[in-house]
Write a protein that binds this ligand. Structure first.
Ligand code: G3H
Ligand code: 13P
Ligand code: ZN
Length: 307
């Protein structure tokens, strides 16, 4: 099955009140783990590649690994650029066979964000590629950009932004952030704001970044076997489930996959100090990715048995 663009995935997700998981990938084991989970759950999948992942693995390697995965599945799969910071990286991914790109001008002033997004939309739509944009700023660190405080998305600006750019989906800031340290006090999301935005944009797919839940089990496992992950906290799963029924059609998860892999590798190497064959620890790491993604699909996103 060839790669698909996300339109029909999001239409159904919107209608039925669930979200499609967008999982970050940068190597073979992560891709295989996610694909195995999608197969077992019969769930649509979005595999997304950050600029850092693209630099780490190389665009050709990533695309070819994903193509290899497609030879073995009939699931609908989107290949998406995550946080494209400029026109060139978006163009390179459109030209390289991605079916969706995110242009992230969220760090720019409103008018400059509109200009950059519009330029990417004009180019990508010409080639039938979906464009996600972002308005508002998440706290935390993304490659080359860090924000200390989040700036939540303004609902009226969101409507104007979509009308003027023609972007196909919009990432909004309502209290999530990237990485493993999301909340100091109570974990909460601004559902009133989400509701206002959804009501202004009926049928329009919204995106939630920074949606890892940072399960205690894996923080504890990593720390038990030599990690120093400290007071990590993610978005409670019930908040994500609620968001998925309110117009959020795509939920981004990276940190939880990293955490599961690393915790399991630490455990394996501590318990088997004689092992030095990478397959001996990458195999359980791949299985940990699968179980983590399967849990998300079934219990958080609600996208099981949707294809
Ligand atoms: O949004 C950020 C993603 O988790 C990607 O992170 O830039 O370290 O690959 P990265
Ligand atoms: P997490 O760091 O919460 O996994 O968020 C990932 C993300 O938003 C990728 O774009
Ligand atoms: Zn993100």
């Amino acid at each position: 099955m060839p790669l698909v663009e996300p339109r029909s995935m999001f239409e159904r997700a919107y209608r039925e009140g669930y979200a499609v998981g967008a999982f970050n990938v940068n190597n073979m084991e992560i891709i295989q783990g996610i694909m195995a989970a999608g197969e077992e759950e019969r769930s649509p999948l979005i595999l997304q590649v950050s600029a850092g992942a693209r630099k780490y693995a190389g665009q050709n390697y990533i695309v070819k690994l994903v193509e290899a995965a497609l030879l073995e599945t009939d699931l609908p799969v989107v290949l998406h650029l995550d946080h494209g910071q400029d026109f060139q990286i978006c163009k390179d991914c459109v030209d390289g066979g991605f079916t969706s790109v995110m242009v992230d001008g969220s760090h720019l002033p409103f008018e400059e964000n509109i200009a950059l997004t519009k330029k990417v939309v004009d180019y990508a739509h010409e080639k039938g590629v979906w464009v996600e944009a972002e308005l508002g700023q998440l706290a935390g660190v993304e490659e080359n950009v860090s924000a200390e405080k989040s700036i939540y998305t303004d609902p009226d600006q969101a409507k104007e932004f979509i009308e003027r750019t023609g972007c196909d989906s919009l990432a909004i800031a309502i209290g999530t952030s990237h990485g493993a340290y999301k909340f100091k006090g109570e974990a909460k999301l601004d559902f009133n704001r989400l509701e206002t935005i959804s009501n202004l944009l009926p049928g329009y797919p919204l995106v939630l970044h920074g949606s890892s839940s940072v399960p205690t089990e894996f923080v504890e496992m990593a720390n038990k076997y030599g990690g120093e992950i400290g007071a990590a906290r993610g978005v409670p799963e019930e908040l994500l489930r609620k968001a998925a029924g309110m117009g959020i059609c795509k939920i981004n998860i990276d940190t939880d996959i990293r955490l599961a892999m690393t915790a399991v590798i630490r455990k394996h190497l501590t318990e088997n100090p004689q092992n030095f064959d990478p397959r001996s620890y990458l195999k359980p790491a791949r299985e940990a990715v699968k179980l983590m993604v399967q849990h998300k699909i079934r219990n958080v996103l609600g996208s099981s048995n949707k294809c």
